[in-house]
Design a protein around this ligand. Structure first.
Ligand SMILES: [Zn+2]
Length: 410
């Protein structure tokens, strides 16, 4: 099934897209893990792949693989903090199965066409769990806490992960969210990221209750922190907003701003003006919580960068980045599928792995079986409901292929 990446391979496809530019009815030549030639029509030695699109490899810019064994999401229709309480309970009850969950999540991701993952890891993981599963993953160690003791212990943890794990994988640091993470811990995380040249990722402006906590120290998050025995009157001594955190995060070599559901125009303009910052939108999770409309298109109009994530199976029925793009195509039929593909592939890759810019011909590709043909250029068919992922190529190797018509295999 998997020809070695070093062997020349040649495929005839209906559509090919690398670096954002689509070509139609072409033969693609792949050698030593790179696309070395694209010629019109079918070359005599090419393998016929049929009515398929071979496109820039999908990138899941935000997930938490530790929840990958959940068969259905934790209910999202109540208060957001009730969902958080359920997530904490689930984590405590399933600590022994973290490694299994990571591997299952990576298998599922590969079978959904994902070629790079931005993963938030907490405890119970090892570099081996990720390396063995065969999908390049940037592992962000999550840090959180509000007390001075906890902050200093979490700084040590972040330091040790980026120093030791960097030998085996690409590390990052994730200060969790404003309500759970002291701003000093956010600053320290950014300082370590600067020293090591690694990225940071932070959940920010996810709910209106988070903004209420920051601005007036009231609401459901104050109740949550009180119930967890964390609340004290000095946690947020002066009113804050998401912009205060953006200013800190902008000092990191690269920063992924996760969710940003409630960022205002001034904050979006700030992100748009910082080329090292990328907003990660998780469409189906955003929808499941019933948030206000997401500002991702406003950010794109301002010239900002938007990548796409699935978030975890705690809020989403699966880990398919392709399904996120199909969802967006349904919700926004006026957006070009090539623009959606850019958000679901190149933008996430650049945010997670800037080295990818230096090798724009690397054969990290997703193979999509196209549904009913409705236009000559296949554009509108790319993400229609009857299209599905049928192959995943990483560095010229098929790491997953499916020819029976189904796309998800756990
Ligand atoms: Zn998340």
């Amino acid at each position: 099934m998997s020809p070695a990446g070093s062997q020349p391979q040649s495929y005839h496809v209906a559509c090919f897209c690398l670096g954002g530019t689509p070509h139609f009815d072409v033969t693609v030549q792949i050698e030593q893990g790179h696309v070395v030639d694209v010629v019109p029509g079918k070359s005599h030695s090419a393998v016929e792949l049929g009515r398929v699109a071979l496109v820039d490899g999908l990138v899941n810019a935000h997930t938490h693989l530790e929840f990958s064994l959940l068969s259905q999401p934790i209910p999202t229709h109540g208060r957001f903090t009730d969902w958080i309480r359920s997530v904490v309970k689930h984590r405590q009850a399933h600590q022994d199965s973290t490694a299994d969950a990571i591997r299952a999540g990576i298998r599922e991701s590969l079978s959904a066409g994902t070629t790079l993952i931005g993963e938030i890891a907490t405890t119970g993981w090892s570099a081996f769990d990720y390396a063995a599963a065969g999908c390049p993953t940037v592992v962000f160690q999550e840090v959180l806490g509000q007390s001075p003791e906890r902050v200093s212990q979490q700084v040590q943890l972040a330091r040790s992960v980026v120093e030791t794990a960097a030998v085996k994988l690409s590390p990052g640091i994730s200060p969790h969210a404003p309500y759970s993470t002291h701003i000093d811990l956010v600053r320290e995380s950014v300082a370590i990221a600067r020293m090591r040249g690694c990225p940071v990722a932070m959940h920010l402006a996810e709910t209106s209750s988070e903004l209420e906590l920051l601005s007036s120290q009231t609401g459901e998050f104050r109740e949550l922190l009180s119930d967890f025995g964390i609340w004290n009157e000095n946690l947020f001594p002066t009113p804050r907003r998401a912009l205060d955190y953006l200013h800190v995060l902008a000092e990191a070599p690269r920063a992924l701003i996760v969710h940003g559901n409630y960022l205002d125009d001034e904050e979006l303009r700030f992100i748009a003006a910082q080329p090292q910052m990328t907003l990660v939108y998780c469409p189906r999770t955003h929808f499941a919580f019933g948030h206000d409309p997401h500002p991702w298109r406003r950010l794109l109009k301002m010239g900002g960068r938007v990548a796409i994530g699935t978030d975890s199976r705690a809020s989403n029925p699966d880990l398919s980045l392709f399904a996120e793009l199909q969802f967006l195509a349904r919700q926004h039929p006026d957006i070009s599928p090539w623009e959606l593909l850019q958000a679901g592939s190149i933008t996430g890759r650049t945010a997670l792995d800037p080295a990818s810019n230096a090798s724009p011909t690397a054969a990290n590709l997703t193979l999509i079986a196209l549904g009913e043909i409705q236009d000559a250029n296949f554009g509108q068919t790319l993400f229609q409901p009857t299209s599905h992922v049928c192959g995943t190529m990483i560095q010229g190797n098929w790491v997953w292929r499916n020819t029976d018509g189904s796309s998800i295999a756990r």
